[in-house]
Design a protein around this ligand. Structure first.
Ligand SMILES: [Zn+2]
Length: 71
């Protein structure tokens, strides 16, 4: 089963869920605030500013993490 990332539209908490293909998040509940219905995030891409530990993979050599010159 694929792993999807969901964002709470109420508090913004990101939740990673292992769920069946086609899950849209409407039946999921936010662990942070209890809001029902989460937004499905597009997975498979590193989100600039959000990813941790994977950011180096999207940076140019010599970027050193500030990303001013690479993206
Ligand atoms: Zn929430």
């Amino acid at each position: 089963m694929p792993i999807y990332e969901f964002e709470c539209p109420s508090c913004g908490l990101l939740t990673t869920e292992l769920c069946k293909m086609g899950e849209n998040g409407e039946s999921l509940t936010c662990l942070g605030c209890g809001h029902e219905g989460l937004w499905k995030q597009v997975s498979g891409f590193a989100s600039p500013g959000v990813s941790k530990g994977r950011s180096a993979g999207s940076c140019s050599p010599g970027c050193h993490g500030n990303c001013a010159g690479c993206h």
